[in-house]
Design a protein around this ligand. Sequence first.
Ligand code: COA
Length: 326
Amino acid sequence: MIMNSFRIKAIAKSIPQKVVTNDDLTKIMDTSDEWIKRRTGITQRHIATRETNTSMCIDVAKQLVEKAGIDVDTINFIIVATMSGDYQTPSTAASVQGAIHADHAVAFDVDAACSGFVYGTSVMNSLLAGKPNGIGIVIGGEKLSRLINWQDRGTAVLFGDGAAGILVQNDGSTSQVVSENLSTYGADGMCLTAGHHAGQNPFGENQEQDDPYIKMDGHAVYNFATKRAPESIEQAVADAGLQLNDIKYFIMHQANERIVKRVAKKLGLSMDKFPVNIDKYGNTAAASEPILFTELEEQGLLQRGDYLALTGFGGGLTVGTVIIKY
Ligand code: COA
């Protein structure tokens, strides 16, 4: 049991304006609303046209500061979880730090693909443990549309853009993170890849090819997710000294509604405990759990003291769960 102090003070999201429906996609590729809905649960996704990954993350950070009513000078750490930063360097987190003038904050990105927000939350929990009164921001932000091959209907229909995050403080009270369980399966990593830039140099033959777009063995990822996510959840719940039924909501990464249903079934739980919003956003990788978390909060469905399980899984391959006492 982790006893660091970690209290959520604010939660916020930023979603691109442009909505792209399944029907819109049928105009540019051989697909159908019926296929996409039946196989994934997705009806539409938001695609960043005017927004960048950085601008969405800055918007989230500004909302968090405003909602928490804190002075930006008091922020110690900013973490952005992303696999689609606008630049390799500067990190998205550094750009956020500069834009909001959080001059005393140390800022860096965490890349654990769709597990990024859970990994980032775990890192923030450890950082704050050594920082009495410390304040941190964790944002999951993605502009996955820039990694999509719009000729590949097997992946193009699945993803969307967006950002969301939390502002947390070590205020000396009991930590809201009651347990965590993270695992990495790097040997299986090549079944989900994106953003390979081999580059050229004048010093020898380069055998590698650029491979910028998301490429995925969908069946392998599906099997991974439906095996490892339930394992991670069960272990994290047990480590928290809880039973599965003690968890009010399982805020799972929204990759495919079928995956969420399969995980619920494997755990012997009703779908009432597994909120779903993939229909509106598609798979937004590291942004998906905090977007769903924010929506539950906005809808007034969360009460202080509720146990929540946040679970991510995906590229790496990675999986992770944090149990939060809200
Ligand atoms: N529209 C219409 N048909 C499509 C299509 C699309 N967008 N994409 C694929 N198809 C076709 C395939 O070509 C295939 O046709 P065939 O039978 O003639 O060969 C058929 O649909 C079935 O494809 P398949 O890949 O077997 O479908 P599936 O039921 O496994 O669903 C995924 C595919 C990607 C939705 C599913 O594997 C999945 O969700 N995997 C996990 C992905 C994931 O979570 N990734 C992110 C990790 S964080």
